[in-house]
Design a protein. Structure first.
Length: 222
C-alpha cells in the first residue's frame, strides 16, 4: 500500500455520518473571509515525503484550515506557527502552508489521527477507532520511519494505541507533555509536544523559542 493509494482512499471516505455532515456543512456555509474559496469539504489525507524518517501527528483538520484547503496544517493560525518553526530548523522549504499548490516540500510526513474536522474539535471514540485504519496504513507505508512527533495528547495516544495492538503495555506508563520522549517496543521513538493552536501560542504555553528548541532536538536525533 503506497501513500498515494492511502490518499485516494482517505479522500473518498464517508464512514462517519456525523463527520461527513459537519465537514460538508462548513464547506457550504463558509467563513466570511473565505466566501470566494471553493472549500475542500472532504476527508484530508496526510502529506509529505514517502521516504520520511519523521512523522508529525496531529488531531484533525481545522474547520477553515485543512477542511478548506484540503491539506493538513494548511491555511490557519496553527499552520502559520508550525511551518514558521519547521522552516527555521530546516524541515520545510518555506515558512508558510497556504494551499495545496503553494510549493511546500517537507523533510517529514505530516498527518492527523482523525481525517475529518470534528464538531468542537472533539471526535468520538468510535470515530477515532474508525479512522485508525488509515493511520495504521500510513505507519506501514513509511518504511524509513524512526520518530513520531505527536502534536497534542490525542495524536500522542493514537500512536500508542496502534503500537499497543502488537506490543501490549499500559497506556499510563506514557505520560503526555511537551518535550517527553519514549522508546516504543516496536523500535519507534515517540515525542510529545504541545499543539501549536492559537490558544497555546497566545497564552505563551507554547512559544516560538520552545518549539524551535524542541524541533532541533528531534532533528538532531534523526
Amino acid at each position: 500500500m503506497t501513500i498515494a493509494q492511502i490518499e485516494t482512499d482517505v479522500i473518498s471516505c464517508r464512514k462517519c455520518p456525523r463527520l461527513v455532515e459537519f465537514r460538508e456543512k462548513i464547506a457550504r456555509e463558509k467563513r466570511k473571509s473565505y466566501l470566494d474559496w471553493n472549500y475542500w469539504g472532504k476527508a484530508v489525507p496526510g502529506y509529505g515525503s514517502p521516504k520520511a524518517k519523521l512523522m508529525i501527528l496531529g488531531l484533525a483538520p481545522a474547520a477553515h484550515g485543512g477542511n478548506r484547503t484540503g491539506r493538513v496544517f494548511t491555511g490557519d493560525k496553527s499552520a502559520d506557527f508550525l511551518f514558521k518553526c519547521l522552516h527555521y530548523v530546516g524541515l520545510a522549504n518555506q515558512a508558510k502552508s497556504d494551499h495545496r499548490e503553494d510549493g511546500l516540500k517537507l523533510d517529514a510526513y505530516i498527518t492527523a489521527a482523525v481525517k475529518c474536522v470534528p464538531p468542537g474539535d472533539k471526535p468520538t471514540a468510535e470515530e477515532k477507532d474508525t479512522c485508525e485504519s488509515y493511520l495504521s496504513r500510513e505507519f506501514e507505508s513509511l518504511k524509513n520511519l524512526k520518530i513520531v512527533l505527536a502534536l497534542g495528547k490525542i495524536g500522542f495516544d493514537s500512536c500508542l494505541k496502534l503500537v499497543r495492538k502488537t506490543y501490549p503495555f499500559k497506556m499510563k506508563e506514557f505520560k503526555f507533555g511537551h518535550g517527553v520522549r519514549y522508546e516504543l517496543p516496536n523500535g519507534l521513538i515517540l515525542y510529545g509536544a504541545f499543539h501549536p493552536s492559537p490558544r497555546n501560542v497566545n497564552t505563551k504555553k507554547l512559544t516560538f523559542e520552545m518549539m524551535v528548541d524542541f524541533l532541533e532536538t528531534v532533528k538532531g536525533e534523526l
